[in-house]
Every structure is written in C-alpha cells, then in structure tokens.
Design a protein around this ligand. Structure first.
Ligand SMILES: Nc1nc2c(ncn2[C@@H]2O[C@H](COP(=O)(O)OP(=O)(O)OP(=O)(O)O)[C@@H](O)[C@H]2O)c(=O)[nH]1
Length: 599
C-alpha cells in the first residue's frame, strides 16, 4: 500500500498527433519502468489498427515508480486518454480518476480544437494542469507563440511551460519533476467503505474482462466479493494488479491507487465505464457522480457484399462487441441489401474503426449504408419513438412532429479560410454562437444539426481549409425542425439503403443532387432506368439512364475467344460487388459517393 502523499495520478491530454503516446512512452522509458529492449513504439497502443492509425482508442494506464530529485520515490499513475471527439465520455471518466493533467501542445501546430475539448474536460474535473510544449526538435517549433496562444485561448499560465521533445527525450526529466511538484496527491480514506470508480474495461481471451479501477476510499483485496452500483451485479475478485505496463499482480489496492481487477466477468457489457464498485457486504450506496451509460449517436447499416458471409459477419460483430460496450447492434433486413446489422457508434471514427476491423481482421467485404442519427418522433397519440433508420419512418399521418440532435461545434482555422468555413456551416443549417480570434487563427462556435455533420462534414471542412482546420463537437440536445424522409427509387424500386432524413427546404436540392449522381454511378443496362427522389408519394427529382446500345462483348465475336472470356470474367467479378434492385445492378461505391454532399 502506497502512502497517499507519494502518489500522483494524472492523464495526458492533447489534440490528435500532438505527441501524447510518444510522451507516455518516454516517461516510462526515462523511469526505467520498462527495460529499453522491451520498448515497442507506442507501447500503450495495443491494437494494430491503433498503431496504423496512430490513434489511441482505449484509455491505457501505466504505473511508474519515480525516484525524484528530493530523494523520495513516488508512484505516478499515468492514464493515456483517447484524443478523438468520439470518445469524449471515456475521456471524461478517466479525468475523474486522476487529480491532474499534462496538457501536450505540439509547438509547431499550436492549440487545436481537441486541445480545447480535452483541456475543458480536465478543467471540469478540477485538474491542476501542467502545459507541455512538445516537438521542440522541429525547426518550425515556436514555443513563445504557442505559450501565448495557450494563455489567450485556454487561459492557463504557460509562460514557463516545459519544453520537451518526446522524440529525443529532451525535457522529460523536467516533466517528471513537474508531475511530482505541481500536481496534488490524491485524497482518500482507508477505513471507509470501498468506493472505486470503474474507469475502463476490456476483454481478454484468457482472463475474461479486465476492469481498470481507481480506488477513492477503502481497500480492495483479492478474493473479496464486489458489487456494481449501476445494476447491483456482484462478482468474486479473482485477482488484483497494476500495469507496469505489463500486468503485475498485487494483494490489495488502497485509497488513491489505480490498478485492475478480474472477476470472471464474461463480457464487457456487464461492466459500465464510470460505474461505482463497492463491497457486496458493508459497501456504500453513495455512487460517484457523473456516471451515464455510453449512448450511441451515429447509426448505419453494415451488410456483407457477399450475402453468404452473413453468419461470418454475425460472428465478427459478436467478437468485437465483447470488447466494446459502446458499440450496439441489431439484425436488420433490407430489400436492397439482404441480411445485415443496424449498428450504433459513439461517432464517425468509432464507426470507421469497427468497419475497418471487420474488413481487415475478419476479411469480410462490407456495404456501409449512410450514417444516420437518432431522431425523436413524437406521434399524435403522444408517444415518442426513437428512429435509428430512416427506412423505418412511420406514416406521416400519425406523426405530430420530430426532433433531431444538435451539437455545439468548435472550429479552429487560420483566418484566411474563415469565410469558407462560415459558408459551409451556413449550408449545413448552422447557427453561429461565437467567433473569436487568437493570433492568426479564428475560433468559430456553431450550433449545428448532428445529421449535417456525421457524414462528410469533416472531409468538406478539411478540403475547404486545405487541412488546416480542426474541429470538435459535443451533443447539446434535441430540437424540432421541418424534417422529412426522402426516398430514392431506382427503376421504380425503393432503395432503402439510400433513404435519408432531410430538411424540407433542402429536400429538392438534395434529391436532385442524389439522382444526378446515381445517373453517373449506375452502369447502363439493356433497358432505360428511371431514377427518382420522392417525399411520400411525391416525386421531387427525376433522371433517366438511357439503355446500353450494345453488348460489351459483341466486338469479340469471331475475334480472340480468350479476350472475350477475360472480359466476361471481369464483368462477372464486378457484378459480385453490385446489388440487384429491380434487376438493376448498383455498385457499392454508388452508395457512398451518392451520399457525399457537395455543398
Ligand atoms: N519530431 C517529433 N515528432 C514527434 C514528437 N512527439 C511525437 N512525435 C510524432 O508525432 C506523431 C504523433 O505522435 P503520437 O504520440 O502518436 O501522438 P498522439 O497525440 O498520441 O496521437 P493519437 O494517438 O492519434 O491521439 C508520431 O509520428 C510521433 O512520432 C516530438 O517530440 N518530435
């Protein structure tokens, strides 16, 4: 058991790619926690996709023993949190588990949107914040400008900010000393009923679910029985330990300490991030504040390109869900796409990571339907239903009104691109809430419909600002608006995978853009194909794809038979990625590009 005064619990927060994981690796290396030879780049990012994307998806933790300049040995518990907006809830929970943060800012880039979003999480958790200016080895590093920006935009003292290069190791010792001297020790009472926060959990094939905990009060020992306050479930603790970063078992965890427990818990969804853990007997009923189950905000359909792979897709999704409580799914059948799953995610990145993992780790080619948000449909009989899939929109005669989720978006952009950003937000039904300047950058804050953002807003923002804009958002609630369901019909057959909710004022423009795109994307057939967009029974836009003049293989007759055979083989392979709609083949890429909005 470590003396509370010798413990420092902290997280590292920053914008994506500003150097959190590399700095974490350096702190581990500098304190000799891991032999140099065992160091793998980005030790804390255990998943291949994380390494490839360089994005930390799960909060990771390591316990470091550090002999400070004052001669004392301290236990530093480091949580390396995900920087992406999709995992804001996980970030907020890991913040509550520690007393301070290192705010890492790339000294060549300066303050970005996620810098703000994550430092606000740290401030909400009453953290002591130590600014760290990283990448000082790069020629473009400008610490004075960035320190001034941190003071202007975030409002914390940064003049004497520590200057480090997580790459070369410069400034790492000063960082460790700052952690010991500037961050507070945790509080807690040993002789109180056990109160521990469930910070994170993940599935391990051998140990079952591993639960990361921060002990607030009391002592947790191996062999005890615990209770989860959110659902009253009880478990027998098989083992207690810490991450160094490899797992090391110990006998007990006391107040202020961070470690892990296993309790033969079968799946991650039996544990809830932010939950309170206490003893089954003589425990506490006083739950920690701020718990809320992770709510998916973006939904889409995942369907196998080859319908015979549906069972493989079901197995893949079951396995991924073992380790991701925030990923929800239910079976879905689509006239257009056959059997698949309607899946819920924390955001677009979460959607992409799951989709990439299914395709890469389980080798299943997927059709992804347009992401949609959750609408609240208020019926005339005063009930409210949640609409996850526009194809399930009830008959309008029974609908009183509907509400859509809205977000508060923060965009940081060099002022020369500000005009394009304001136009983009305007086009997406945005309402400007604030516009301020910090040096040569503008910070625009907009109230936007989440539905206008989930699909290609980020891509559009990056392209109109040549990649210089950074963006963060948080859900602010639901608001009614004049939204309608727009259907798409190909050869008079509705394509449910392309139906979407649109604002009535923009329906005609969106319908026209959609049918024009589909006309370019759907290959010609031996017959003409009407392509329509409709609201209810009313067609609001229409194009006709003319018939193909001749069979592509005609010119091969009498010619080289192998060439004809190759051409037909190629045509057959291409058909596999197409879908039959009323005898019309629609290629997979038609779904995705048809849904990218130009405006
Ligand atoms: N030159 C230089 N490059 C650095 C330094 N620190 C990090 N990098 C590089 O910057 C890139 C991003 O570093 P990461 O540590 O993955 O950044 P991160 O904030 O953890 O990013 P996410 O995991 O995506 O949230 C990597 O290519 C690092 O090698 C530094 O001090 N100097």
């Amino acid at each position: 058991m470590t003396d509370l005064a010798k413990i420092r619990n902290f997280s590292i927060v920053a914008h994506i790619d500003h150097g959190k994981s590399t700095l974490a690796d350096r702190l581990i290396q500098e304190t000799g926690t891991v032999e140099d030879r065992d160091m793998k780049a980005q030790l804390l990012d255990s998943m291949d996709i994380e390494r490839e994307r360089g994005i930390t998806i799960k909060a990771n933790t390591v316990r470091i023993d550090y002999k400070a300049d004052d001669g004392e040995t301290y236990v530093l518990n480091l949580i390396d949190t995900p920087g992406h907006v999709d995992f804001a809830y996980e970030v907020s929970r890991s913040m509550r588990a520690v007393e301070g943060s290192l705010l890492v800012v790339d000294s060549t880039q300066g303050v970005e949107a996620q810098t703000l979003a994550n430092v606000y999480h740290a401030m909400e958790a009453d953290h002591e914040i130590v600014p760290v200016l990283n990448k000082i080895d790069l020629p473009a590093s400008d610490c004075d400008r960035v320190a001034e920006q941190i003071e202007d935009v975030i409002g914390i003292e940064a003049t004497g900010a520590i200057q480090v290069s997580a790459k070369t190791g410069q400034g790492i010792h000063e960082t460790l000393e700052a952690i010991v001297n500037e961050l507070p020790a945790p509080k807690g009472t040993r002789d109180a009923p056990l109160k521990a926060m469930l910070v994170d959990s993940w599935y391990d094939a051998y140990l079952g679910v591993i639960v990361l905990v921060r002990i607030m009060d009391g002592v947790l020992k191996k062999g005890e029985r615990i209770k989860m306050l959110s659902n009253g479930s009880t478990h027998h603790v098989d083992r207690i330990g810490v991450f160094r970063p490899a797992m090391a078992v110990i006998d007990e965890l006391g107040p202020g300490e961070i470690g892990f427990l296993t309790a033969s818990i079968k799946q991650v969804r039996d544990t809830r991030v932010g939950d309170t853990i206490t003893h089954e007997k003589k425990g506490t009923d006083d739950a920690l504040p701020g718990f809320k189950p992770a709510q998916p905000v973006v939904f889409c359909g995942l369907f196998p390109v080859d319908s015979s792979e549906f069972e493989d897709l079901r197995d893949a999704i079951d396995k991924l869900a073992l380790n991701d409580a925030s990923f929800s799914f239910e079976m879905e059948t689509s006239a257009a796409l056959g059997f698949g799953f309607r899946c819920g995610f924390l955001g677009l990145l979460h959607l992409e990571v799951i989709r990439d993992r299914v395709e890469r780790e389980y080798d299943i080619e997927l059709i992804t339907t347009a992401p949609s948000v959750v609408y609240h449909i208020y019926m005339r009989d005063e009930t409210m239903i949640e609409l996850h899939n526009p194809a399930d929109m009830p008959d309008l005669t029974h609908v009183d009104h509907l509400e859509e989720p809205r977000i508060k978006a923060t965009i940081l952009v060099p002022d020369e691109y500000l005009g394009d950003v304001l136009k983009l937000c305007q086009d997406r039904r945005g309402i400007q809430l604030d516009l301020t300047y910090a040096g040569s950058r503008a910070m625009a804050v907009y109230d936007l419909p989440l539905n206008e953002v989930v699909f290609d807003f980020y891509d559009r923002l990056k392209s109109v600002t040549k990649g210089y804009a950074s963006f963060d958002y948080q859900l602010t609630g639901y608001q009614t608006d004049n939204l309608v369901k727009m259907s798409v019909l190909v050869n008079d057959e509705p394509v449910d995978a392309l139906s979407m909710m649109v604002h009535r004022d923009r329906a005609e423009a969106r319908g026209r853009a959609m049918v024009e795109k589909l006309k370019d994307l759907i290959p010609r057939h031996m017959f003409k194909i009407p392509i329509q967009a409709a609201i209810g029974g009313k067609v609001i836009a229409r194009e006709t794809l003319s018939a193909m003049r001749k069979d592509v293989t005609a010119k091969c007759y009498g010619g080289d038979a192998t060439r004809k055979k190759k051409l037909l083989e190629k045509q057959k392979k291409g058909k596999k990625k197409m879908r039959q709609f009323g005898k019309v083949d629609i290629p997979q890429e038609a779904f995705i590009s048809a849904l990218k909005m130009d405006s």
